[in-house]
Design a protein around this ligand. Structure first.
Ligand SMILES: [Zn+2]
Length: 255
């Protein structure tokens, strides 16, 4: 392999990471730092110059800001690094737990489904639950697991992982309020360092912005659904909203 081939291969690796939408949405901070690690390595090995590295890092930043924008519009996302309780819709005992996308059934249910354990995979059809890679058993939409036999389960977030450390969900409304205000200021002023530190914890909260008053000053005070707090309990099924933005359109804005 000559220099040009080696360079093309490594840049393609970087590009594939940039285009990995699931990675970007599930963990924008890790997505950005992976891209920056790759470009730093390329520069270190003199496969790219510092200017090229700078441009690539700007694209990584643009992808990060896009993820923030998308998550703001649609904050309910299945995350493979999270832990979930798998609860039957409409009540009943827990089926099991999901952690790092591995389904572990509770003891009482194991015999009923003959010890079935599964894993959630990203496929071209979305998120699918498989016993093995070839045998589909269900799908995940929003935070609802739909089994092939028609049963549906809510995936209730129980814990999250930030930089390899497991944390419990944040259920203190005052902490959520504090983070909301901080993140708003950091986003408006493009204070990247603050966002990188705080945001992974923010999305581990049990709350989201109130869809009725949008936490707007003047509307919030008289809002019934959130009782004036500006936020509500996180819904399990995301609303079908999208900013319609793409990485390239954000890049255009940045150029
Ligand atoms: Zn409200």
């Amino acid at each position: 392999m000559n220099f040009e081939q080696a360079k093309a291969l490594r840049i393609r690796q970087w590009r594939d990471t940039l285009d990995d939408q699931n990675f970007r949405r599930e963990n924008p901070e890790a997505h950005r730092s992976s891209l920056r690690d790759l470009s730093a390595k390329l520069a270190e090995e003199n496969l790219i110059d510092r200017l090229e590295q700078f441009d690539m890092d700007e694209m990584a930043n643009a992808a990060y800001w896009l993820a923030i924008e998308e998550l703001h519009a649609n904050p309910v996302v299945y995350r493979s690094s999270y832990g979930y309780d798998v609860m039957p819709r409409g009540g009943g005992p827990r089926l099991g737990t999901l952690f790092h996308s591995v389904l572990t059934l509770d003891g009482d249910n194991a015999s009923e489904v003959r010890g079935f354990n599964g894993k959630i995979y990203h496929t071209e059809n979305g998120l699918e639950l498989n016993q093995d890679y070839h045998h589909l058993h269900g799908t995940v939409e929003g935070l609802v697991l739909k089994l092939k036999d028609g049963r549906q389960f809510d995936l209730v977030e129980t814990k999250g992982m930030v930089q390899g450390v497991i944390y419990d969900k944040i259920d203190d409304p005052d902490v959520y309020r504090w983070m909301t205000d901080l993140i708003q200021v950091a986003t408006e002023n493009k204070l990247l360092k603050i966002l990188l530190r705080i945001r992974p914890f923010y999305e581990m909260a049990r709350f989201v912005q109130c869809p009725t008053c949008l936490d707007r000053f003047g509307k919030r005070e008289d809002c019934g659904p959130c009782a004036g707090r500006g936020f509500v309990e996180k819904p399990l099924v995301p609303e079908q909203t999208s900013t319609g933005a793409t990485v390239s359109s954000v890049q255009d804005q940045c150029n």
